[in-house]
Design a protein around this ligand. Sequence first.
Ligand code: C5P
Length: 235
Amino acid sequence: MAQVIIALDVPTLDEALGLVDSLGDGADFYKVGLELFTLEGPSVVRTLKRRHKHVFLDLKLHDIPNTVARAVSRARELDVDLLTLHTTGGRSMMEAAAKAAGDRLTLLGVTVLTSMTHSDVENSWGRGIDSIEEEVVRLAQLAQKSGLGGVVASVSEAACIKEAVGSALVVVTPGIRLTGDDPHDQARVSTPAEAVAAGADYLVIGRSVTQASDPADALRRIFEEMPGASAVGTA
Ligand code: C5P
């Protein structure tokens, strides 16, 4: 059953906790990204954990295997539930990370950033590609072989990934908007129902909830658009 993760895309712990308070029991899974973690550090994670919330730490790690494995170990000590790293860091990096993660921390691979165009990918890879989707599926397969627990992908890629690698690999999808909502800077957005239909396991929701005049009401509407949804996370 798909679960909702709220992206705490704010700079300070105070602002983050204001949002957590306004959502109350409606949300129990939060994403801490680069901005908030850079300013507030692990105290954000510790505070959320003290409030019995699940934490997705979105740091998109990419470094030599030893450095990434050590960072993963520290995230594990913080009792983080989901953590991202770049699949383009290579198999040995992912394997070292998977070994450090243990059983309770699920590692998510970032395949191709959704901000990258076809020619961006070709320039970075140094070769022609048939499609971004094919590259995403290839990297998702590599992530699975390397021991990662899941991947981050757009809703349009989720079904192909599930078809190629099976349901064991968790798929987390951002870029979700309620029907009629502002897409902001997302090139492609999908509704909660579309994400669930594509097989997403977790839906990351940011501005549709965090910038709503009534965040709790916006979250309620998200759940209404998710057949069989659960507000309660169990990573
Ligand atoms: O506000 P919005 O719902 O667009 O926020 C989506 C969240 O998911 C943001 O924290 C954004 O950084 C993240 N994200 C994304 N697209 C990706 C990976 C992460 O939008 N491909």
